[in-house]
Write a protein that binds this ligand. Structure first.
Ligand SMILES: NC(=O)CC[C@H](N)C(=O)O
Length: 234
């Protein structure tokens, strides 16, 4: 390993199923790429080398099942207690404390964030949609970020508590940006929790959409700057 590599922070991407390659590519292109090595995680040994982790979108039940088979479920739960995790879409489901609309038999969760989500809350694959998001704290935040929602979960409730790190709403859908065909079309109060699509709690980040499926690396930069690098100095 070269001197520069040895000094880099290692951000793992859970590579069991889903859009993990896209996350790895995105991490390699952001302004902070010189500070970060992106590696794929398939085993507990891989995970042990990481300072932070991204859980990609895909199918949360499958990812949980494969994690169990790889002996990763418990190591991931332990990891979530001390190190930053960013869950995108299916990854957001795995990071939630409570999940509604699970497959029969339920599913294993990591539960790192005090959030309740409903799987497939905007409807099925054909009701997938894109929406412009104004994101607090993103570079050039006046330029909207394109949220790609594919059978996305809906955030039903945040559960702030004095015993847990504070929660920050990072992005909301504006009422009217969800297609009418979508089961949960938003005809509601802009303060409805279902408008929340990105939330940060302490070192963890959850986005119900897929930043890795755009060419815009600002969310990856956001994770590194707001969750990963600050956690190293704790
Ligand atoms: N695009 C996605 O990650 C979809 C998530 C999927 N609906 C699930 O339950 O895991």
């Amino acid at each position: 390993m070269s001197q520069t590599q040895a000094c880099k922070t290692t951000v793992g991407v859970l590579a069991l199923q889903g859009a993990f390659a896209e996350h790895q590519t995105a991490l390699q292109k952001i302004p902070s790429a010189r500070k970060v090595t992106a590696c794929l995680v398939r085993t507990p040994d891989d995970l042990e080398k990481c300072d932070a982790l991204i859980i990609p979108g895909g199918e949360s039940t499958t990812i949980a099942l494969l994690a169990k088979l790889a002996g990763l479920l418990e190591p991931l739960r332990q990891f979530s207690k001390t190190k930053p995790i960013w869950g995108t879409c299916a990854g957001a489901i795995l990071l939630a404390q409570v999940v509604e609309n699970t497959k029969k038999g339920g599913q294993d969760l990591l539960g790192g964030m005090s959030v309740t989500v409903a799987r497939n809350g905007w409807g099925s694959q054909v009701e997938s949609f894109e929406a412009p998001l104004i994101v607090d704290g993103l570079q050039n935040s006046e330029r909207p970020f394109t949220g790609v929602f594919i059978r996305a979960p809906v955030i039903l409730a945040l559960h702030p508590s004095p015993d847990a790190p504070p929660m920050h709403v990072v992005a909301r859908l504006s009422v009217g940006t969800v297609p009418k065909s979508s089961t949960a079309s938003l005809q509601l109060d802009p303060n409805d929790p279902r408008t929340i699509v990105a939330v940060r709690q302490g070192k963890h980040l959850m986005t119900t959409f897929h930043p890795e499926l755009t060419k815009d690396g600002r969310f990856h930069e956001y994770f590194v700057q707001n969750c990963v690098l600050p956690s190293l100095s704790l």
